[in-house]
Each structure stands twice: as structure tokens, then as C-alpha cells.
Design a protein around this ligand. Structure first.
Ligand SMILES: C[S@@+](CC[C@H](N)C(=O)[O-])C[C@H]1O[C@@H](n2cnc3c(N)ncnc32)[C@H](O)[C@@H]1O
Length: 419
């Protein structure tokens, strides 16, 4: 009996955490954010999407703004084809319109079925002189063949990006654009890379340091998009959500803010080629606007990496030719012609030393035994700081700046500093 109860409660916990993870995935991207991002690529290369098959998976045809944006701009972008797939049981599928087969023959089942919608052209269907999203709606109503039910497989439900049907569609695609479920981001990106696809997708900024993602950034196989880094994006969320930021006055939809979201891509854009304008080390130490730098005799050096600590991207010295530890926000300004990314602190390839178990002292004075210093860039300090967590090793004190990338100038501006 006890065993059954434990098993049931374990099962319930699993179901609850699966539901919690699924719930976290229900953030719907706003049209304006998609438009801003896509247009930034067009500024760099107006033909970015020309003659391309764009695939929006993890989307709901007609409910998703990805579908709406690409359908409405089909001709302007010069698309060859737009393919959208919805996920079986997605809570918003079928709410926006349109297709009776979402629920047709659904029996007792309340969930809508997964669909793929394929557009090869967008024409003026209603004869009002322009070809827009209303024409797409009309076209889809008239042409049942452009929408196909997705059945899934034994392993994956219909519309699951891992299902054989979706993989077949992926193979035919040139560029994948969507906001995939955050909870499956690692797997999602791995699939795009495996299939060598171009992509533009939304993810969590924390994903930068995932062991599956960071090597791609380091090897220039993935980089940040153009807009909305580290500013907090607003997403539409399901009607039954109790916690949200505000209600959109125009649409009446609930909107939540996700402070840690950004675009990831492997499409080229102009910002990655803009060099970061920087001061020399001497000028930074004299004139920096950061009190942490101005007036210092030298930049701090790490105790366990042969590198200097640069706490702000705009405080990177233009003339330093060694390794520098910078915050991950550096990536938003990263120009691969100007800098080389060497490593992320955690992987420790460049680490020069290991510490024995340390005593960690929290801001509130709580002490615990940890091994943390071996995963981070550590700076030795003369005395224990009062306003941040520190570490004690053999009577010496250390602090650990938050998440550092290790970078180096490709061509440090040595000339100016030698003048
Ligand atoms: C973050 S939401 C974004 C939805 C839409 N792309 C947008 O931005 O408006 C992620 C979507 O992925 C769907 N989804 C969840 N798991 C999935 C899976 N395994 N395969 C495909 N889609 C999935 C969810 O139902 C949800 O609609």
C-alpha cells in the first residue's frame, strides 16, 4: 500500500513538473518584436529571406504572430514557401480562427489537433487590390490541401519538432524562425545544428552558458540577434494566467515580461560587424565612467586564470593583448573580426590552478563549505568585502565575479598605447 502511494505521489510530482515546464513554454511572441528583429536582417541584406523556405515550427498557424508576420510579408520578403506547424494540444491552437478540422472528429477530446499549413504564394484573393493576411485566411479556407493534419508517432505527439513529420518538413526548410519551448531549448538547437539549418529563434539568455550552446557561440555557429537583448521582452500569455505584467489595451490579452530572453541566430546582421569603440588601458584607468576602474593602478588579475578582470564591456582596454574576463553581456557587442572568444570560465580549459574545498561566506555572513571557486574566475582580495559573497582558502580571501567569458583582441591597438 505504502509502495503504491509513494509510486502514485512520484507519478503525480512528475506530471506536475511536466505541467509546470509546459506552462513555462506558453509565451507568445508579439508581432512588433518579430517585425523589429526580421527587419534588422533586411537592413543588412534585403535578400536574407528571398527564395527561401521559412519554417515556423512550435507555432500555431493563424494564432502565432510568426505565421502572421511571414504570411503578411510573404511577397515583400520574396519567400518561396512558408510552412508552419502547431503542436498537438497547444492551448491556443484553433482559438484564433479558422480550420474546422482542428476539432472535427475530436470526440471527447478537448485538445485541438496538430496541423501544418503550407503557403506557396500570397495573392489578392478578395480582389481588394492588395495581398495581405486576410487573403491568406481566405486562401486557406478555400484550399483545404494547404493544411495537413500531423499525426505524430509512437514516440512524439503531432507537431512535436522531434516527430518524423516535422523533421521531414525541417529538412525541406532553409530558415527556421520561431520561439520554441524554453524547456526544450537545448534539444531544439541541437536539432537545428544537426540539420545545418539557418535559424532565428528566441531563447533564454541563460542558455548562453549551456554546455550545448556555448561551444556554438565560441565557434561562430550561433550568435545573438539584433534586438531586445537583456531588456526584457513582453509576451502574450494564456488567459487563465494569474500572474502577468499588464493587459494590452488594444487586444485585451494578458502580457508578461521575461527579463531574460533574447534572439539567437546564425543569420548575418550588421551589428556583428560594427567594431566596439574603446579606450586604452591607461585612459580607462584615468577617465573611465565606472568607479570600479577609474583611479585604479591596474585592472584586477584573476588568481586562477592568466587574465585580467574587465567588469564592463565598454571598459575593455583597446590595447591589451592578453586574455580578458568579461560579462556575458559582452556578446551583444561581439564582433568576431575584433575579438576571439576563448572560453567560458566554467569549462576551465584556461584555468591555471585548483583550490581545496573553500569556506563560502554569504553577504549575510552564512558560512558553508563549497568547491565553487574551481568553476569561476577568482580574484584575491586583501580583506573580506562587506557587500558581497566571498571565499576563504588557507586564510586568504577571494571574490568571484558573475559569469565571465574569456576573450582576446584579434588585433589589439598597440600602436596608440605606445605613443
Ligand atoms: C514559447 S511558446 C511560443 C509559441 C509561438 N512560437 C510564439 O512565439 O508565439 C512555445 C510553443 O511550443 C509548443 N511546444 C511545446 N512543446 C513542443 C514540442 N515538443 N514540439 C513542438 N512545439 C512544442 C507550445 O505549445 C508553445 O505553443
Amino acid at each position: 500500500m505504502l509502495v503504491t502511494l509513494i509510486a502514485e505521489s512520484k507519478q503525480m510530482n512528475q506530471t506536475l513538473s511536466a505541467a509546470k515546464a509546459a506552462k513555462k513554454d506558453e509565451f507568445y511572441t508579439q508581432y512588433v518584436d518579430i517585425q523589429k528583429e526580421v527587419e534588422a536582417y533586411l537592413e543588412y541584406d534585403p535578400d536574407t529571406f528571398r527564395d527561401k523556405v521559412v519554417y515556423c515550427n512550435c507555432d500555431d498557424p493563424f494564432e502565432s504572430n510568426f505565421f502572421k508576420y511571414f504570411a503578411a510579408n510573404f511577397n515583400k520578403l520574396g519567400l518561396k514557401r512558408l510552412v508552419t506547424t502547431s503542436y498537438d494540444g497547444s492551448p491556443i491552437a484553433g482559438k484564433g480562427t479558422l480550420f474546422p478540422e482542428y476539432f472535427e472528429g475530436n470526440g471527447e477530446r478537448l485538445k485541438p489537433k496538430a496541423l501544418t499549413v503550407i503557403l506557396d504564394s500570397v495573392k489578392d484573393e478578395d480582389g481588394d487590390g492588395s495581398a495581405n493576411v486576410t487573403d491568406v485566411e481566405l486562401f486557406l479556407k478555400r484550399n483545404k490541401a494547404s493544411r495537413i493534419a500531423l499525426r505524430g508517432s509512437d514516440e512524439y505527439p503531432g507537431g512535436d519538432f522531434r516527430s518524423p513529420e516535422c523533421i521531414a518538413l525541417l529538412k525541406e526548410a532553409d530558415i527556421v524562425v520561431t520561439n520554441p519551448p524554453f524547456s526544450l531549448f537545448r534539444e531544439y538547437v541541437a536539432q537545428l545544428v544537426e540539420h545545418r539549418k539557418k535559424f532565428l529563434v528566441i531563447g533564454n539568455t541563460n542558455s548562453i552558458t549551456y554546455k550545448e550552446v556555448f561551444p556554438l557561440i565560441k565557434d561562430s555557429k550561433l550568435w545573438l540577434g539584433c534586438t531586445n537583448f537583456n531588456v526584457g521582452m513582453f509576451f502574450e500569455v494564456p488567459e487563465d494566467w494569474l500572474h502577468f505584467h499588464h493587459i494590452d489595451k488594444q487586444t485585451g490579452k494578458k502580457i508578461a515580461r521575461v527579463s531574460t530572453s533574447c534572439w539567437y541566430t546564425n543569420l548575418d546582421h550588421g551589428r556583428r560587424h560594427q567594431p566596439l569603440s574603446l579606450m586604452t588601458m591607461a585612459d580607462n584607468l584615468k577617465f573611465s565612467k565606472h568607479k570600479e576602474i577609474k583611479g585604479k593602478v591596474a585592472y584586477d588579475r584573476y588568481d586562477n586564470f592568466d587574465a585580467i578582470e574587465v567588469p564592463f564591456t565598454n571598459a575593455i582596454p583597446s590595447d591589451y593583448d592578453g586574455v580578458m574576463g568579461v560579462p556575458i553581456t559582452f556578446l551583444d557587442k561581439y564582433n568576431p573580426e575584433q575579438f576571439e572568444i576563448l572560453d567560458y570560465e566554467y569549462s576551465g580549459i584556461l584555468r591555471t590552478k585548483l583550490y581545496p574545498v573553500q569556506t563560502q561566506v554569504s553577504k549575510k555572513g552564512k558560512q558553508s563549505k563549497v568547491k565553487k571557486l574551481n568553476d569561476v574566475c577568482a580574484i584575491q582580495v586583501d580583506c573580506p568585502p562587506s557587500d558581497e559573497t566571498y571565499y576563504i582558502v588557507d586564510g586568504e580571501y577571494f571574490i568571484a565575479p558573475y559569469k565571465r567569458l574569456l576573450i582576446r583582441h584579434r588585433n589589439p591597438n598597440m600602436k596608440r598605447s605606445q605613443k
